[in-house]
Design a protein around this ligand. Sequence first.
Ligand code: GUN
Ligand code: ZN
Length: 436
Amino acid sequence: MTQKILRGRVLSFNDAPKAREDHECYTYIEDGALLIDGDTIVARGEFADVKAQATDGVAVVDHRPHIITAGFIDTHIHFPQMQVLGSYAGSLLEWLNTYTFVEEQRFGDQAHAKKIAGHFYDEIIRHGTTTAVAYCSVHPESVDAYFDEAMRRNMLMLGGKVMMDREAPKALTDTPQSSYDDSKTLIEKWHGKGRNHYAITPRFAITSTPEQLEMAGALANEHPDLHIQTHLSENKAEIEFTKSLYPERKDYFDIYEHYGLTGEKALFGHCIHLEDRERDAMIETGSVAVFCPTSNLFIGSGLFNWNRVAGPEGKGRIAIATDVGGGTNYSMLRTLDEGYKILNLQGQRMNPLTSIYQITLGNARALSLEDKIGTLDVGTDADIVVLNANATPAMQVRMETVTTLEEELFLLQTAGDDRTIVETYVAGEALKTGLN
Ligand code: GUN
Ligand code: ZN
């Protein structure tokens, strides 16, 4: 295995910050370094100490004065919606029917799916994202394109075929049986291959008959190690329609509970308008609420209430994500910025340490993957980003008055984007350099 050293200001979280000035929750080494052997971080520390542990003549990539931290994790994104981003609609159901369900039909064409997969990975790498959890389209071809490209780049990616058998154009629907069979085949084909994780993906209760959710539950039961992803309580009209389709269920979340689609591996996009019982049941089952700020603002769905979803004891599990193409930017930094504004409007604030924790270790924990990704701990995968808080003229001027790490991180989240990402390392390889 070839070794390399990355030298710079090393920052890695050990835990969730307990306060704005919590300096115990992270490790920060001013003249720090990581020793990478193949695809793994094998040493972390002061540059001189790390250098002493490396093989003679090891290559040193000098990223000073930039920050080296864990690669960003996007916990909810739609790979077939790259060409939906920025579509003009007033609400969720209009947006889905007018643009999204039209565009996703193109992914039955393997060549199109392959082309967009290439763009998709280029774009997330450009923005510093090293792991994403994606919805593919209903077509198995889209899943093949998605995971095939993940393997080409050696990325740890999660995703799955959308299951949807009603309330969509005929060309975009499957059946309960075909969705089960196709998902099963795709699980066998892709899960555990390379760094791939298959996620069981019933789109949402509106586009699944009870029979299909039963099949999704059967898959979850047969594969308890797999993630599950779906949407929950995003928009008021969506909620009313959902309840009318499942009148026998207590509430929206109860639909998923009934079919065995909740738990610590289950990711629920949005969770904006949860009832108290739903919130309590989510906490009880360890289910994850996924906050999608740019999407919630763009589609006009509402303001995610972090403190409420976290619950009185803060036990609610929360992840953060772009939700492109309802979301408007691939950058997790832009996502944090919009998230901060949403929370601030409600008298809640996410402090800068918590923000960067959230898109690294926080999201890794939400995916139960913190033993592999989300930190720069020794033994974990070498998925890393290098951040430059002086990336633009506006940032340079502001940096003249920045004196603390916390201030610098807050500037990165407030003004940063793809220009801020100097390099993205995936399994030890520099992948951003070289993209157009
Ligand atoms: N609900 C069901 N499908 C979708 C989707 O593609 N995007 C968003 N934002 N919400 C959904
Ligand atoms: Zn979504």
